[in-house]
Design a binder for this molecule. Structure first.
Ligand code: HEM
Length: 184
């Protein structure tokens, strides 16, 4: 995984448990204490999974809660760092439709074409009237993060929409499938 999402994850851990919690999470996850993630560098997917598991242990929170904390810090960071995307998108649907494109923009700068393809292949979006169907497949199995982010994007724009996950990698399905439906 690219380094960018690790940064708000560490910020969320620090906000919830202080600098000591970040140090302890890194220690338990086997991450060097001085690791500061570079936005456009690739880190192993297993590192992401270890950091998440360690965050749950150290903060004594379940995966759902950790992903919710992560999503809050993630969106706040994207709004500060990449305001143009928000300005270009008039509503939640526009941003949710184009987020794979945002990811691909980061991946395009990678020297390794395989790593770039891996980023590009995680999401596929079907666009229907009043509905987006999002297909997600990734070794990181971050559907909880996806749901929390999508709901926060919807709330940010004040859209009347909800997110339902009908297939899930955690249940043994071949992919996660999200249905985002607009009621107005
Ligand atoms: C300006 C807004 C955004 C930026 C700059 C951004 C950037 C990134 C980057 C660089 C990654 C790492 C990609 C990879 O290594 O595969 C990532 C991962 C991810 N993003 Fe975004 N993103 C944004 C918006 C969103 C939104 C709106 C959602 C969901 C509705 C989302 C969901 C995810 C998920 C679930 C992952 C983890 C993918 C995985 O490794 O399995 N992102 N994001």
């Amino acid at each position: 995984m690219l380094g960018y999402p690790f940064r708000p994850l560490l910020q969320a851990i620090e906000a919830a448990g202080g600098a000591a919690a970040v140090g302890e999470v890194k220690r338990r996850a086997g991450v060097p204490a001085d690791r500061s993630y570079r936005m456009s560098e690739i880190y192993s997917d297993t590192e992401c999974q270890r950091v998440l598991a360690a965050a749950g242990e150290v903060l004594d929170r379940g995966p759902e809660e950790i992903c919710d904390l992560w999503a809050a810090a993630f969106l706040e960071d994207t709004q500060k760092r990449f305001p143009t995307w928000y300005a270009m998108c008039a509503d939640a649907r526009a941003l949710l439709e184009c987020h794979p494109e945002i990811h691909d923009g980061f991946a395009a700068g990678l020297a390794d074409p395989e790593a770039s393809r891996a980023v590009a292949q995680k999401f596929r979006i079907e666009k229907r009237e009043r509905e987006l169907i999002v297909h997600y497949r990734s070794p990181n199995r971050l559907c909880r993060l996806y749901r929390a982010l999508a709901q926060r994007v919807i709330d940010h724009y004040g859209d009347a929409a909800g997110v339902e996950e009908t297939q899930c990698l955690h249940r043994g399905d071949p992919e996660c499938e999200f249905h985002i439906r607009w009621t107005l």
